[in-house]
Design a protein around this ligand. Structure first.
Ligand SMILES: [Zn+2]
Length: 162
């Protein structure tokens, strides 16, 4: 398995992964396929709104997750939180791209809470991938989805101000 240890290696690794896949778009298509597969595991008994997410970290690892609902409805978590927590708990804290898929909604961009959650680990450069109405790949950066985001730097500024 390919493995990166510093930012330059990370960039090389991600370029190599894209090359192996046949280009960045193909790599993102693979990520979207993983999100579709993850969606089949969703626990969406109440909303019937199954969502899957797949995450590619800068060290080349891929994680997948799904939404997990609960009889106490606010307790449920989105697929993006599920996959993000999974990656962090496995030691991956730098996200490169995330794909989100929902069978009942095209252009399944993350909800506001998930944008904030994911931005912690990918910042403005995080690439978000989904599928449009006609099955075409759609990508945006987190900077486009959550401009003026509140990030770890803002927290440091607050803690250091008198
Ligand atoms: Zn969400």
């Amino acid at each position: 398995m390919l493995k990166a240890t510093n930012p330059l290696d990370e960039e090389k690794l991600l370029n190599k992964m894209a090359e192996i896949a046949g280009g960045k778009e193909k790599l993102f298509e693979q990520l979207l396929s993983a999100a579709k597969e993850a969606m089949t595991k969703a626990y969406a008994s109440y909303s019937k709104f199954r969502v899957g997410a797949a995450l590619l970290t800068v060290d080349g690892k891929i994680y997948s997750g799904c939404n997990v609902e609960n009889a106490s409805l606010p307790v449920g978590v989105c697929a993006e939180v599920c996959v993000g927590a999974k990656a962090v708990s496995e030691g991956s804290q730098k996200f490169y791209a995330v794909a989100v898929y929902c069978e009942r909604s095209h252009s399944a961009w993350p909800c506001g809470r998930c944008r904030q959650f994911l931005s912690e680990f990918g910042g403005q450069k995080l690439i978000v991938v989904t599928e449009g109405k006609n099955g075409q790949l759609q990508t945006k950066t987190m900077g486009e989805l959550l401009p003026e985001m509140f990030g770890p730097g803002d927290m440091t500024d607050m803690l250091n101000s008198p």
